[in-house]
Design a protein around this ligand. Structure first.
Ligand SMILES: *[C@@H]1O[C@H](CO)[C@@H](O)[C@H](O)[C@H]1NC(C)=O
Ligand SMILES: *[C@@H]1O[C@H](CO)[C@@H](O)[C@H](O)[C@H]1NC(C)=O
Ligand SMILES: *[C@@H]1O[C@H](CO)[C@@H](O)[C@H](O)[C@H]1NC(C)=O
Length: 421
């Protein structure tokens, strides 16, 4: 309860600061940015419709988040055959990408150089969350839920958000000063000077790894994830505590033997000139992965030597391959939202007993993350005895799988929604 009150207070304070900034800027006659009506304070325009596509394993899943805006535009285009005022993104220009591939050093516009120094002490877990400028609300819910900083079960947790510059600055007016304020207040924003597009996520990957190597070199473990996942941080930490941070570790929802998509219609189309082999190296999909500090440093170096590849998950797989690190599949990272959209539609949300035994669950709304976290952390977990998973989490792949299956079977008989369609 106290946490929640504090959260509400912080939220109010933040909005207040944002409002003040807005009005202050409106008052200045010399402002460069075109004036906006005060009602535009609502910063996160939710234009994205439910996504139509859900591909199988071949779809690198972290692609989804940042491509939402992209999809929204595509939908827009379809619904707007006259097509006049809607600017549609041009098809991905591979030639241009290949030409500018060597341009891979971008300036860090907002840094948090003391992230791993203050408060002093060991950094056990660094949580890095991919976000886009527009998503103030998502960052808020992550901050207040699974992304909390502090000491959890004896482990110091620190958090950063990874951002590029917004593609459409008119959609988020005042974004620079808002972001400055946000950074000043929470000290968790990293902003680089490249356009935050789906195909630039690889740049985000490289820049984050370099940053972590430089400013957080002593961290024991790093979790990197999307902003639309729910992470059971307690599970993540207790798992990490059984691992040795000085040896290689890379765990997640690992995808093996994925083939490059050669159909030009696909968003993930990769021509053979860009990737000639028939199969991608093993890579982590599904919204997040955990690695040791040592692996983070190795990857930072190896990624600098790997040619840019427009799908960031696969790119990281290439970096792993280069230093001979085998990514490890962990059932706790299995994420129904992506890999089995219709197998367990009823499992998607609002069953905290289900989330309790997982590490990372994908594709949740900000409100769902918030609700789930509160349900999990309330005094009386609402899992009834029948629903309750008998055994506690045991980090054994088979066990976890059985548990999930058990829950699935139990719930099969009850609700079956049509979310999968
Ligand atoms: C990028 O920066 C690194 C280190 O600062 C440097 O070694 C490298 O040559 C730069 N690469 C390019 C393409 O500018
Ligand atoms: C940018 O956002 C504004 C406001 O949401 C919208 O009117 C405009 O069409 C967008 N432009 C592009 C290129 O998407
Ligand atoms: C990536 O960012 C750079 C720098 O902002 C930009 O010039 C480039 O067009 C972006 N690339 C893609 C594929 O969006």
């Amino acid at each position: 309860m106290r946490v929640r009150l504090k959260g509400d207070f912080l939220c109010t304070l933040f909005l207040f600061i944002a409002l003040c900034t807005l009005f202050y800027n409106l008052m200045r006659p010399t402002t460069k940015i075109s004036p906006v009506k005060p009602k535009r304070v609502k910063i996160a325009p939710k234009t994205a419709k439910p996504r139509k596509f859900l591909e199988t394993h071949e779809k690198p899943s972290s692609a989804r988040l940042l491509s939402e805006a992209y999809n929204a535009e595509e939908d827009h285009e379809e619904n707007n055959p006259t097509g006049s005022p809607v600017v549609t993104p041009p098809p991905f220009d591979f030639k241009q990408y290949l030409r500018s591939k060597d341009q891979r050093n971008f300036t860090l516009l907002i840094n948090q150089p003391n992230k791993c120094k203050k408060p002093p002490g060991d950094s056990f877990l660094l949580i890095a969350v991919k976000s886009i400028v527009e998503e103030f609300d998502r960052r808020e819910s992550v901050r207040k839920t699974w992304g909390r900083e502090g000491v959890i079960n004896g482990a110091r947790v620190r958090r950063v958000f990874l951002l590029g510059t917004p593609r459409n600055t008119s959609a988020v007016s005042m974004w620079e000063s808002l972001l400055q304020q946000e950074s000043h207040y929470y000290k968790d924003i990293l902003l680089w000077d490249f356009l935050d597009t789906f195909f630039n996520l690889t740049l985000k990957e490289i820049h984050f790894l370099s940053w972590a190597e430089q400013f957080c070199s002593n961290v024991k473990f790093v979790f990197k994830g999307d902003a639309d996942v729910f992470v059971n941080v307690e599970n993540l930490i207790s798992y990490s505590q059984t691992q040795d941070p000085t040896t290689d570790l890379f765990v997640g929802d690992i995808i093996n033997h994925a083939k490059p998509i050669r159909s030009k219609k696909s968003k993930y189309y990769i021509p053979e000139t860009m990737y000639g082999l028939g199969m991608y190296p093993a890579y982590a999909g599904g919204g997040g992965f955990l690695m040791s500090g040592v692996t983070m440093k190795k990857l930072s170096k190896s990624c600098r030597e790997v040619e840019l590849f427009p799908i960031d998950d696969v790119f990281l797989g290439m970096c792993l391959q280069r230093v001979n690190i085998t990514p490890v599949l962990h059932e706790g990272f299995k994420t129904f939202g992506i890999t089995k959209p219709s197998a367990a539609p009823h499992m998607q949300t609002f069953n905290p007993c289900f989330y309790r035994d997982l590490m990372v669950v994908h594709s949740l709304k900000a409100s769902e993350i918030w609700l789930m976290w509160n349900l999990l952390h309330s005094q009386q977990p609402p899992c009834s005895q029948r629903q309750r998973i008998k055994k506690l989490f045991h980090w054994k792949k088979k066990k976890a799988k059985q548990d999930i299956k058990a829950v699935t079977n139990q719930k099969m008989s009850t609700t079956v929604s049509d979310t999968g369609s």
